[in-house]
Ligand binder design. Structure first.
Ligand code: DX5
Ligand code: ZN
Length: 219
């Protein structure tokens, strides 16, 4: 699977977001990762469909929308309208939605379907849905904030997903998110991940292109 780098705009300078989007696109980003937080499912508030719509107008890159919100099913249509190319929802009961129904809702809206689990959530909770998704996001930090340290013990879940993927065509993407830098990107890829979300290690770098090459391991 090709290595995909998805900068998380949560770490971008929002006072000049349009420039930041253009800069990471010119620097070689493959997707743009949009972290949606509602202050309920996670202990932080970020941005909504209005900002995703604004990002959509700045770039043709795929928008990878990560919903860390309760009742995602209620908001999916607004993110589809805003231009999301993939929408990822959480499997935990605290997300307060019917997971199977929401995955079908995203599929029926011609969006790529993503499912994610928090560090404390067992892999068994997502297994019943593996056949219904295009991407599994293994959170490598507890969601809610950028700049947190990577949790290496999450690689067990990445390995299990990669094993499951071996016998499957087409394969699902395996995404990691949280504390991804050149070193933890290496570890994640070695365990089977192919999509790397990174906020701090890209938007805090002087040279975005070099930062992206280092994550991809092509420097
Ligand atoms: C955290 C978000 C991540 C975060 C990544 O809840 O889902 O996408 O922004 O930021 P870094 O790369 O700084 O850990
Ligand atoms: Zn995220």
């Amino acid at each position: 699977m090709p290595i995909i780098v998805a900068p998380s705009i949560l770490a971008a300078d929002f006072s000049r977001l349009a420039d930041e989007i253009k800069r990471v696109e010119q620097a070689g980003a493959d997707w743009i990762h949009c972290d949606i937080m509602d202050g309920h499912f996670v202990d932080n508030i970020s941005f909504g469909p209005g900002i995703v719509d604004l990002v959509r107008k700045q770039t043709k890159l795929p928008l990878d929308v990560h919903l860390m919100i309760e009742h995602a099913d209620h908001y999916v249509p607004r993110f589809v309208k805003a231009g999301a190319n993939s929408i990822t929802v959480h499997v935990e009961p605290e997300a307060k939605h019917d997971v199977a129904k929401t995955l079908k809702q995203i599929r029926d809206a011609d969006c790529r379907v993503g499912l994610t689990l928090n560090p404390a959530t067992a892999f068994e909770l997502i297994e019943p849905f593996l056949e219904k998704i295009d991407m599994l996001l293994v959170m490598t930090v507890h969601p809610g904030f950028g700049g947190q340290p990577f949790r290496p013990e999450m690689m067990e879940k990445v390995k299990r997903a990669a094993d499951w993927n071996k016998s499957r065509e087409p394969k699902i993407d395996i995404e990691v998110d949280g504390g991804i830098n050149p070193e933890t990107a290496r570890v994640s890829i070695q365990n089977g991940a192919n999509v790397l979300v990174a906020g701090t290690s890209i938007f805090r770098a002087q040279d975005y292109a070099e930062a992206i090459r280092e994550l991809r391991g092509t420097n």
